[in-house]
Design a protein around this ligand. Structure first.
Ligand SMILES: [Fe+2]
Length: 292
């Protein structure tokens, strides 16, 4: 069955990119591409040409979320698969492919009109990623992709079916707590590349709740947590450890209102045949306290 294999990149419309500098560069140590096109700032943190695009705009919103497939055959198969399912998929223009820096690209709307894309063969840069602040290690990407995202959807059950049937995601597990019912899904060994939740905790239908970046070294997360305190960066959740993916992480609030989770040590699913799909009654083992 046609399936995406990685979360590849994201694009955000932003009113004032300067407001993002502290989180992106002083806390996370990402690299701003000096050759970014006019009106757009491209950000990298591994061998990819860029993983994030910040687009000068009069509103803060998600511009696009890019998934990836691993071959041109998979790309063509996915295009036919989405079209068969009645999803209005279209091939992107050369200008859009150039902007995302990918060889092939298709676009379509997900549940609640989330602007999804699927690419094949993102450009890799022959220059090493240069962190904007000292780091012990890199980011955990490669075959596991960019990280993960959590979207809230008006009809979470229908959305989960979309991610399963259209994108080929597999269920990892579930967490039900307070007002939230979340389903976690994977498309590679990363425990989840997407989680789906009902609208809750101030995140509406079709809105991004957070995306997650994973460090290879826990000391990078710890040092970043120190800098969060020093630089008064607002948190939504303090340092803690998740029940399901065992990630040790904290959550910062971005100028757009959604959060960035920064963590270490996420579980991987390598043997799905013997994986038990659990329902947890809490998202945390310890910490992750809500900052009001
Ligand atoms: Fe997360």
């Amino acid at each position: 069955m046609a399936a995406v294999t990685k979360l590849a990149y994201m694009g955000f419309n932003v009113v004032n990119f300067e407001d993002w500098h502290t989180i992106l560069f002083d806390i996370l140590g990402l690299e701003q591409r000096a050759d970014s096109p006019q009106g757009r700032t491209q950000i990298r943190y591994d061998e990819y040409h860029h993983r994030f695009t910040f687009i000068d705009s009069d509103q803060d919103s998600v511009a696009f979320v890019g998934w990836e497939v691993d071959s041109i055959d998979q790309f063509n198969e996915m295009y036919a698969h989405l079209a068969d399912q009645g999803i209005g998929v279209e091939l992107a223009s050369d200008a859009e492919k150039q902007d995302r820096m990918v060889l092939e690209l298709m676009k379509f709307k997900g549940p609640d009109n989330v602007p999804y894309e699927i690419c094949f063969s993102p450009f890799h840069d022959n220059q090493p990623y240069t962190p904007s602040c000292p780091r012990f290690g890199g980011f955990n990407t490669g075959d596991l992709g960019l990280g993960h995202i959590l979207y809230c959807h008006e009809d979470p059950k229908e959305a989960v079916e979309f991610y399963r049937n259209a994108l080929g995601m597999k269920i990892s597990d579930y967490i039900h707590w307070d007002e939230a019912k979340a389903t976690f899904m994977h498309c590679n060994p990363r425990h989840h590349s997407i989680a789906v939740c009902n609208p809750c905790f101030g995140t509406g239908a079709g809105e991004l709740n957070h995306f997650m970046l994973q460090a290879d070294d826990i000391d990078d997360v710890g040092r970043a947590y120190d800098r969060v305190e020093q630089l008064n960066v607002p948190l939504i959740l303090t340092l803690g450890k998740h029940t399901n993916d065992k990630m040790t992480s904290f959550y910062m609030i971005t100028p757009a209102g959604f959060a960035i989770e920064y963590g270490y040590g996420g579980e991987e699913i390598h043997d799905y045949d013997n994986w038990d799909i659990e329902l947890y009654n809490a998202p945390k083992i310890w910490g992750h306290n809500l900052v009001e």
